[in-house]
Design a protein around this ligand. Sequence first.
Ligand code: FES
Ligand SMILES: [Fe+2]
Length: 405
Amino acid sequence: MIAPSPIPLDRFKDSVQDRNNARFFPAEAYTSEEFYRFELEAVWFREWISVGRMEEIPEKGDYFTVNIGNEPVIVVNTKDGLKAMSAVCQHRGMLLTDQPKGNAKGFVCPYHRWTYDLTGKLVGAPQMDGVGTYDKDCLGLPRLAVEVWQDIIFINFDTEAAPLSERLAPLDPIVKDWGLTELRGEFLTDPNYRQTHDYDWNWKVYAEGQAECYHCDKLHSDIPGIQNIDCNSMHINVQDEERGVFAFEMRNKVIDATVNHVGTSIWPPIPTLSEEQRWEQHSIVISPNIFMQLMPDCVILLSWWPTGPGTMRIKRHRLYPQATMQRDDWVEQHKLESEHIRYFVGQDDYAFASVQEGLQSRYAPHGPLSNREFVINGMSKWLVERFERADAEARERASIKEPAE
Ligand code: FES
Ligand SMILES: [Fe+2]
């Protein structure tokens, strides 16, 4: 049940001004427990959320789990297609699995052995015959909507939500030549690779930090790949505030600039790119939880979701052509590349953790957006529209409930 926004929404009006006059959200929006609860209902339990890639669950029965806010979910590949459902057993509430991923024929609750098939249908429960409240058909796992775009899996708690593909259509021409469905995650070649990481900052600190290249040539000034990008050449290709999709582009100073220890590709370029595209860097934001960087030799895909008001989980993918991952020098060279990327990501982590601290100060800013942070302005507009919708709905519901005079 949605309650009205605990932060009056007129305090967000500075964030939805035109891009030259816009500010970040009020600091409380990044720290308040109550606002976090509101945001879960207004955004995370209504919108399409990116949770992973198809190559994570290629075989029938393959599944992974994800916990959005306080909602544990299983995403599973079945013979009837991809399914997403609650991981909460409908008998007593035990979680059906504590594994991040696996392969299953069905899900058996460890507590009293209620058994669900891969689609979430309850197929058996011991000692329930003759129980009046036991209706097998009504006790399946609650379903979520699921959709796949470019091999990226999205789920939606709102099973009536409008389809996602139409919303993402403006991005199709930009991603097309990177052939995202042909690329594969680096995790496939390293069984110890950790895809998810937990952090102590609000998800918007992260989302906003990814969506701007104001900091790139400053915080990351020692990174060769960043030195090879002309951050001043940044221009926007898609700023669709209604759909919450954004794409901006920068020009490389040298061909095949990429974020690694060398600064230019150590791998052959993605074969479907033109020479011109090898001079381009494309950044893509899909609200509320995707950032993608399209580079000449690979693609970075970041997805995230809140785990609390000041905590979040990130799932990272670096996607390469399969031929690159089959090269003899892959393991050795990729190790060097990965070490450098950890160093690069560590610079952002240091800033995000510190910002989260600063936002709790009595002197926390309600700062202006620079002219390299305009995507944040678009993301804010998309979010505030959702806050307003949920707030109005909550108020209407409350007014209906008020007893008549
Ligand atoms: S809680 Fe799952 S079978 Fe009882
Ligand atoms: Fe960064």
